[in-house]
Design a protein. Structure first.
Length: 428
């Protein structure tokens, strides 16, 4: 106990002298998007990527982050990447093109209770530990889950001034951050609301119209549904908490089919929600310990099974496993390429990033790449000529960027067809 309190005091003193000495100063012009509205009506037109069928590793570089980098995600324009540093109590904003740090959002720490996953017991920790995030409203709001604080916070990426006034709303809980600029500009002190969800919030997902958020709450064993209102404090409110029966984690929202899929990591199922009513739809029985889940353009589910060291493609209607592949130890986050032909898998204890080509009836592994330091999160940048996989390595607080060149085979690439028994998108 005394040892924990000693480190807490040291951290609190360290917060008073915030600095950003992680990379060279870089000035980048920010592209302002459309004005934030209560309900997004703007149709986001996704760029069409030139067809490709092959990826060839070109190079890799390592970027320094902060302790315990837990997850990474790009904004929709792919110009910025956000790294959530669980132990660093911070979020780093990197420029994709420059590979340089632009800003740091650093939470002011406060004493709370955390969870020791090895010993399965509560410990003294900090409340402000960012785990995962989602971006909404045309890249203007970064929603962050705080592991030990029972809720999420919105950070206005394009409007720091909006956050500089201390909210005076009754009964509101406010978190303080410092925005530190790599240009050397004077840091800003800002304030954001804490929106209660459940105990130990983790994954956050946002629907395409930026109207709703889903949050998986580990210890509460619930999924929170929140309605977004970007014009009115606290900018989102809890609609309901849905019991999951066991520990939830991964979330995938399928906008086209109006279904959401919750991976029940503490069990062996996928809970399906009806997006029209945000209520339980059905349960898909799958293998044990599903962690992360994504959907492709056919509606198929791709799942990482942490304990079994396996990935799978699953029918979203019946729950039938269509095909599987073994991975290195403990696959965590997975990411699909924009053409839905390649699956990227971080393997936590295997210290690998593995890439699989998705064939008609199976996976073909094309790369197993070393990524030391317990790789846990990954997100992808793509243009017509290259693909970048940004992988965060938890134990060393670093991001390894793998750069691949794209090419197209002379043979026509046939799009993946569902196996028999799989219903087409029109029937989902």
């Amino acid at each position: 106990m005394r040892k924990n309190l000693f480190f807490v005091v040291i951290f609190l003193l360290g917060f008073m002298t915030v600095s950003c000495n992680k990379s060279k100063a870089v000035i980048e012009k920010r592209t302002e998007t459309s004005k934030v509205s209560k309900v997004d009506t703007l149709v986001i037109i996704k760029p069409i990527i030139k067809p490709y069928s092959h990826l060839t590793l070109d190079s890799s570089i390592v970027l320094q982050s902060a302790p315990g980098t837990k997850s990474v995600l790009f904004n929709s324009s792919q110009s910025r990447l956000y790294a959530l540093n669980l132990e660093g109590l911070s979020i780093y904003e990197f420029g994709q093109a420059s590979k340089q740090l632009i800003r740091e959002f650093k939470f002011k720490p406060s004493i709370g209770k955390g969870w020791n996953y090895d010993d399965a017991k509560e410990i003294i920790s900090y409340r402000e530990k960012p785990v995962e995030a989602a971006i909404s409203n045309h890249d203007s709001i970064l929603w962050v889950s705080l592991h030990n604080n029972g809720g999420i916070t919105p950070i206005f990426l394009q409007d720091v001034l909006k956050m500089k006034t201390v909210p005076t709303h009754a009964d509101s809980v406010v978190k303080q951050l410092q925005v530190v600029y790599e240009t050397g500009a004077t840091p800003d002190t800002v304030f954001v609301p804490l929106i209660a969800t459940g105990k130990t919030p983790k994954v956050i997902a946002v629907d395409e119209p930026s109207q709703h958020l889903l949050v998986s709450n580990w210890h509460s064993k619930t999924t929170s549904v929140l309605a977004i209102n970007s014009l009115e404090f606290p900018y989102a409110h809890l609609v309901k908490n849905i019991s999951t029966g066991a520990i939830p984690r991964g979330i995938a929202i399928d906008q086209a089919r109006q279904k959401s899929y919750i991976a029940i990591m503490g069990g062996a199922q996928i809970n399906v929600l009806d997006n029209k009513t945000w209520s339980k739809d059905t349960i898909l029985n799958v293998s044990s310990n599903p962690r992360h889940i994504v959907t492709d353009d056919q509606g198929r589910l791709f799942i990482s099974y942490n304990m079994f060291s396996q990935i799978a493609c699953v029918d979203p209607v019946t729950g039938k496993t269509l095909f599987t592949a073994k991975t290195s130890d403990n696959p965590r986050t997975i990411a699909l390429s924009k053409n839905n032909k390649f699956l990227f898998v971080t393997c936590y204890k295997g210290n690998k990033l593995e890439i699989f080509k998705i064939e008609d009836n199976g996976f073909t592994q094309i790369y197993s790449l070393k990524s030391n330091g317990a790789p846990v999160g990954v997100d992808l940048f793509e243009d017509d000529n290259k693909l970048e996989a940004w992988v965060c390595n938890y134990t060393i607080g670093a991001i390894k960027v793998f750069i691949f060149n794209k090419s197209q085979s002379e043979l026509n690439i046939v799009s993946a067809k569902p196996k028999s028994g799989f219903k087409s998108a029109k029937t989902l």
